[in-house]
Design a protein around this ligand. Sequence first.
Ligand code: SAM
Length: 294
Amino acid sequence: MRIDIISIFPEYFAPLSVSLMGKARERGILDIRLHQLRDWAHDVHHTVDDTPYGGGPGMVMKPEVWGEAIDAVIARSAGEFPGASIASGGTSGDGVVAGSSGGIAGESLVSGLEGEVAAVGGPVAGRTPRLIVPTPSGRRFTQSVALEYAAEPWLLFAPARYEGIDSRVMVEYASRLRVDEVSIGDYVLAGGEAAVLVMVEAVARLLPGVLGNANSVTDDSFAPGAMQNLLEGPVYTKPPVWRGHEVPEILLSGHHGKIARWRRDEALRRTYIRRPDLLPAVQDLDKADRQALA
Ligand code: SAM
C-alpha cells in the first residue's frame, strides 16, 4: 500500500518507523512518503494560514498551498504509478509502484525517513489516491472504515492545524478524487497528525503479512464476523496464579469448544457493561448468547 502524508510537521510521523509499522515498511508492504506542506508556500515565511472570513478566533489553512501540494504529490506519483492522474478517478490501468525516483520542485522528503522505505512492487488498482482529511466534524473512523481503507492501493492524508483547511479544498478535490473527512472520536486534537498516526496504524495492521498471526485480526474487538460490534473479553498468560489472582479455570482445560464459548460470553458481558450502545447492532444472537447477557 502506498501512503502519502502532507503536513507542516512531517517529523511527527517518526513512530511509523517503529515496531510493526517499521517492519511493514522494511518488507515493502507499506510505502509511506512524507511531504512538508510549507514547501508549497511561496512567501518568505512559508505561510500556510490566514485569518478566517467572517471573523472569529484562530487561523484557517490556505487553499492555494494545499491545492498545489496535493496536485504536486499526485503528479509526482504519476511517474511512479503509470496511469496515476489528477484529472479523473478512473479505476483501470493498473500500474506498478516503482519506488522513489525523480522529484518535483518544492518537494522534500523528511530527513531521517528519506529513502528509508524500500521500493514496492505490486499492482495498483486505482489511478488516484483516496484523499483523507482528518477533522472532528468528519465521518467517524471505525474498524469497518479501517477495513475499507486497507483495501485501497493508495491513501493520501491531509492533516490540518489551526481551525482546519479552507473548505473549498475538499469541494475542489471531491470532483476528481474520493475525499473523506474523517474524525477519530468526539474530542478535539491540536492537529490532524495524531489522527493520521491512529488511522495508518489501524489500517496497516490489517494488511496481509503485517501481523505475525493473521487470526489476531479476526479475533479483535469490532472484527467483522463473530466479533462485529463486540469488545474482546479479558486475556491472560502465565503464571496461572499471580498475586492471588487466578486465571479462569476453563482456559487451562484445553477444551477448545468450551473456551470459545467462554470467550464469546465474556465478550458479550464486557460489551453489555462498557459499551451497551453497540449491542443492538450485534447480529444473530443465539440462545447461549442471550443467556450470557441475562
Ligand atoms: N475548529 C475545529 C473544529 O472544531 O472542528 C477543530 C480544529 S483542530 C484544533 C485542528 C485540526 O486537528 C483539525 O483540522 C483536524 O485536522 C485535527 N483534529 C482535531 N480533532 C480531530 C479528531 N477528533 N479527529 C480527526 N482530526 C482531528
